[in-house]
Write a protein that binds this ligand. Structure first.
Ligand code: ZN
Length: 261
C-alpha cells in the first residue's frame, strides 16, 4: 500500500513537471527583467533567439529558466547589440549554462559573426532583419553602432517587433529619413506590434519620427528600478502617451511577455 502511494505521488509529480514545462503553441517574445539592461528572448518550442544578456547579475539565467523548457539547453542564435556591460555582462553566465550555436554582434569579436544593415539572421521560426549599424561604421559613439532591427515570427504573417537596442535620436532619424525602416515592410501602414524602446527610455531616443513611422501598439521599456540614470524619462513616456501607445516596463511588472500572434 505504502509503495503504491509513493508511486502515485511520484507519478502526479512527474506529470506536473511535464505539464508545466510544455512549450507554448505560439511563439513568445520575452523582455526579461534583468534590472538596468537588455535581454530579449524569442522562443518557440525548442528554437530560441536571445538578443543581449543583461548585466552581470545572473538575472538573464533566471529569465531563461522561467521561459525555456527545462530540457532545452541550446540557444540557436544570440545577438549582442553592442559591448556595453548592461547588454553583454551576462554573456559568460549564458555560455556556461547553455550551448549557444551562433553568436552575432556589431563587431568581429572572438567567435561572433559581424552583422550590419540588410543582414537577415534566420532560424526555423524567427528572423531578425538588421537595419543598424550600416555596413561601414565609423561612429565614435558605441550606442549609434548598436544592432537594431525587426524581430519577425514566421508563425504569423503580421506579428513584428522593432528592437532598438541603445540607438539614439539621430540614428532613428537617419533610419526614417533614409527610408531604411520602410524597405520591404508593406504592412507598416498598420503599425507594428511592439517597439522595444531605445536605451532604456533615455530622452535622447524614441523620437517622434520613429514613433510616427512604426506606430507601435505597445512600447516596452527594459529598465532597472530606481536606476541612477533616471530612466525612463518623462519625455519618452509623454511622446508615447499622446500617441495612445501602451507602455509596459520591466521595473514595474518584471518579465514582459508577448504572444506572437
Ligand atoms: Zn543599455
Amino acid at each position: 500500500m505504502k509503495n503504491r502511494i509513493i508511486l502515485f505521488i511520484s507519478l502526479v509529480f512527474l506529470i506536473g513537471i511535464f505539464y508545466f514545462s510544455l512549450p507554448n503553441k505560439t511563439g513568445k517574445m520575452v523582455v526579461c527583467d534583468v534590472g538596468q539592461g537588455d535581454a530579449i528572448l524569442a522562443t518557440y518550442k525548442n528554437i530560441q533567439m536571445l538578443i543581449d544578456t543583461g548585466p552581470d547579475n545572473k538575472k538573464v539565467l533566471e529569465c531563461l529558466n522561467r521561459h525555456l523548457p527545462f530540457w532545452d539547453k541550446t540557444i540557436e542564435v544570440m545577438i549582442l547589440t553592442h559591448g556595453d556591460s548592461d547588454h553583454v555582462g551576462g554573456l559568460n553566465d549564458v555560455l556556461e549554462s547553455y550551448k549557444v550555436e551562433n553568436i552575432f554582434s556589431n563587431e568581429q569579436k572572438i567567435s561572433s559573426k559581424k552583422i550590419s544593415q540588410n543582414d537577415v539572421i534566420s532560424t526555423n521560426m524567427f528572423d531578425f532583419e538588421v537595419v543598424n549599424p550600416p555596413e561601414i561604421v565609423d561612429f565614435d559613439e558605441e550606442n549609434k553602432n548598436s544592432v537594431a532591427g525587426y524581430l519577425i515570427y514566421k508563425g504569423s504573417v503580421k506579428w513584428r517587433a522593432f528592437l532598438s537596442a541603445d540607438i539614439d535620436k539621430e540614428t532613428e532619424q537617419r533610419l526614417v529619413w533614409q527610408g531604411i525602416l520602410r524597405q520591404g515592410y508593406g504592412i507598416l501602414d498598420n503599425g507594428i506590434d511592439v517597439l522595444k524602446v531605445a536605451h532604456h527610455g533615455s530622452e535622447n531616443g524614441t523620437s517622434e519620427e520613429i514613433l510616427d513611422l512604426l506606430k507601435p501598439k505597445i512600447a516596452v521599456i527594459s529598465v532597472g528600478k530606481n536606476n541612477r540614470f533616471d530612466h525612463p524619462r518623462k519625455e519618452v513616456l509623454e511622446r508615447s502617451k499622446v500617441r495612445n501607445i501602451e507602455i509596459k516596463r520591466t521595473d514595474e511588472v518584471g518579465d514582459v511577455v508577448f504572444e506572437m500572434n
